[in-house]
Design a protein around this ligand. Structure first.
Ligand SMILES: Cc1cc2nc3c(=O)[nH]c(=O)nc-3n(C[C@H](O)[C@H](O)[C@H](O)COP(=O)(O)O)c2cc1C
Length: 209
């Protein structure tokens, strides 16, 4: 994606976000993404971009098209944002408090009409992945977080029966990597290595992998 002035708006990974070997022709949006934990505290996300993130999630496929999830989005500077930060694990709260947005992903194991949704986590994961790709195209970083107090979050986002908080995503413009909290630095230092292609997938084509 390019701005009216022609410059690239897409997220550009810093050298610290160690690259791993990928097909050179892979869609640049996928190659450029990394889990951003260093946010620019001076930049908010415009409402038009928030709407696009929601729409990206809405494009996701889902089993029986049940779309068994909802997103609960809050921005820094609000009471709700502070409540979400307080419900995160300490190792996430420190850096996630600098994000512009926190997005709580709620999975619906049972639809409001009583239909069971056994693939709710899978479907929410796909919606979150597509939201993340759209964010990358807009120069935004996303880091998903499993480390949190689920029951506190369920109360904040008012989970109905059959609903469950599955993920919290921090979203914002990447900031200076020198602002990265030591807890997050430790995560980065574990690296971003990927399993080898032949370990990740069994490819049985007549033409080979
Ligand atoms: C379901 C899920 C839970 C995650 N939980 C956390 C978390 O609690 N804290 C964190 O810093 N990163 C978390 N991550 C981010 C992963 O650590 C990250 O995706 C992985 O290290 C690969 O790095 P990359 O996303 O930069 O390619 C999570 C990612 C996913 C998909």
């Amino acid at each position: 994606m390019r701005s009216a002035g022609g410059e690239s708006l897409m997220l550009e990974p810093p050298s610290r976000a160690r690259a791993f070997e990928l097909d050179p022709d892979l869609t640049p949006l996928l190659a450029a993404r990394w889990s951003v934990r260093e946010f620019d505290i001076t930049r908010a996300v415009a409402a038009v971009d928030v709407r696009a993130l929601v729409d990206a999630a809405r494009t996701a496929p889902s089993a029986h098209n049940l779309q068994p999830w909802r997103l609960w989005i809050t921005e820094r500077g609000t009471e709700q944002f502070d409540l979400i930060v307080a419900s995160l694990a300490d190792y996430n709260a420190v850096w996630a408090s600098r994000a512009a947005l926190l997005i709580v992903g709620v999975a619906r194991d049972v639809a409001p009409d009583g239909t069971p949704c056994p693939w709710a986590d899978y479907d929410l994961g796909q919606a979150t992945a597509l939201l993340t790709v759209e964010a990358t195209a807009r120069g935004l970083g996303v880091c998903q977080m499993a480390g949190r107090d689920e029951s506190a979050l369920a109360a904040i986002v008012a989970c109905a029966p059959g609903e469950r908080v599955a993920i919290v995503s921090a979203v914002g413009y990447p900031g200076d990597e020198r602002d990265l909290d030591p807890a997050a630095t430790a995560i980065h230092e574990r690296g971003r290595a990927r399993r080898a292609r032949d370990d990740a997938a069994t490819v049985a084509l007549s033409t080979g992998p």
